[in-house]
Design a protein around this ligand. Structure first.
Ligand SMILES: NC(=O)C1=CN([C@@H]2O[C@H](COP(=O)(O)OP(=O)(O)OC[C@H]3O[C@@H](n4cnc5c(N)ncnc54)[C@H](OP(=O)(O)O)[C@@H]3O)[C@@H](O)[C@H]2O)C=CC1
Ligand SMILES: O=C(CO)COP(=O)(O)O
Length: 333
């Protein structure tokens, strides 16, 4: 029998993953909250706005009905943005009929307001024993839709669940590595978006490749300091979900977070850019939550702090970079 998967979130990443899973011979029910978006996907069999040119095969069906989504499979893959993560799961739980559920997610971010890691949100809504896994790494949706070679990390609280997911996702163009370090993978994915905004700002201001490389390297240091404090493992941060994704999003203009920073550095306003990009820019809220977490845990995260101040305290981007350069001399650690 074909593996069935319920996929929640019909944006660019949800749609690209539905295509991948269909290629891997799974049956996918793709749920979205927006009637028009789902009706358009069903009619054209293509996400014309976000992933034009990639036709949805018949193994992918569509719904806006969460009860139907909950009963389609006990394996749930969540691809909604972080601001919708908790609410979507609360609604899913209310719609759920069966006792068993396994939750995987590809969302990169922290819970708004309280900065909880998303595995904590899953454990609070379901139970700490619920099989839970995050899939993360350097993965632009369009490149996955194109079947360009890609590698990810799948981290779970249950090794059998990580292995099962790796089997489901893995193919000759999509390599899935397993891990037990959910915290490390979550922190890597959330904080790299903040750093991609910072790298974009520096490039938008006209700073060069040296500056970008310095921001990436010192940014990785910030991810590690916070991630290790929260319980993540050092090796995760130099893997796909840490350094891999950080390099990808800080250096390639497919990244919405980087493009957002670029435009800020070029003098556009936050509202203008958000409208122009028209998709989720997770680093905007992650900057606030990461800054709060760093303060709460007494961790020095100067790039995150300056990015936060640009976004939330109206700090001029050029002054933010100057503030970073004006810091006291110290040992590299
Ligand atoms: N795109 C990528 O390359 C990758 C993305 N990710 C992560 O995946 C997550 C989703 O991103 P992505 O698909 O790219 O974002 P998009 O902006 O492409 O799509 C977001 C989708 O979420 C929907 N949405 C918004 N609010 C809600 C809500 N309250 N309930 C349910 N659905 C909602 C949007 O619907 P509407 O249009 O109606 O608002 C839209 O369909 C993010 O956390 C991102 O960081 C991870 C790896 C790669
Ligand atoms: O997470 C991503 C690639 O791994 C997508 O990055 P952006 O959200 O910046 O586009």
């Amino acid at each position: 029998m074909k593996q069935r998967i319920t996929l929640l979130g019909a944006g660019s990443w949800g749609t690209a993953l539905a295509l991948l899973l269909a290629k891997n011979n799974c049956e996918v029910l793709l749920w979205g909250h927006d009637e028009n978006e789902i009706a358009g996907l069903d009619k054209h069999r293509e996400h014309r706005q976000l992933l034009p040119g990639y036709i949805l095969p018949e193994q992918i069906s569509l719904t806006t009905n969460l009860e139907a989504a909950a009963s389609f499979s006990e394996l749930i893959l969540v691809a909604v943005p972080s601001h919708a993560f908790a609410n979507t799961l609360v609604n899913l739980k209310a719609a759920q009929q069966s006792e068993t559920i396994k939750i995987a997610w590809v969302t990169k971010g922290l819970n708004p307001q309280d900065g909880r890691l998303l595995h904590q949100v899953v454990a609070d809504i379901f139970t700490p024993e619920t099989p839970a896994a995050i899939l993360s790494g350097p993965t632009f949706a369009r490149e996955v839709a194109q079947s360009l070679p890609t590698a990810i990390t799948i981290a779970s609280n249950q090794s059998a669940f990580a292995l099962k997911l790796a089997e489901i996702f893995h193919n000759e163009r999509f390599r899935a590595y397993t891990s037990s370090d959910i915290i490390g993978v979550e922190v890597g994915g959330a904080v790299k978006n903040v750093l991609a905004i910072a790298a974009g700002i520096a490039d938008g201001l006209g700073f060069g490749a040296n500056t970008r490389a310095a921001l990436i390297t010192r940014g990785l240091n910030e991810i590690m300091r916070l991630g290790i404090k929260l319980g993540g493992k050092q090796e995760t941060f130099v893997g796909l979900a840490g350094l891999g994704d950080l390099v990808l999003t800080c250096t390639d203009n497919q990244s919405r977070n980087r493009r957002f920073g670029l435009a800020l550095g070029q003098g556009k306003t936050r509202a203008e850019i958000v409208k122009e990009i028209g998709q989720e820019i997770e680093g905007i809220s992650a900057a606030k939550e990461t800054y709060m977490l760093a303060k709460q845990h007494g961790i020095d995260m100067p790039i995150t702090e300056q990015t936060y101040k640009v976004l939330y305290e109206n700090l001029n981007p050029l002054v933010a970079v100057q503030n970073l350069l004006a810091r006291d001399q110290k040992a590299e650690s």
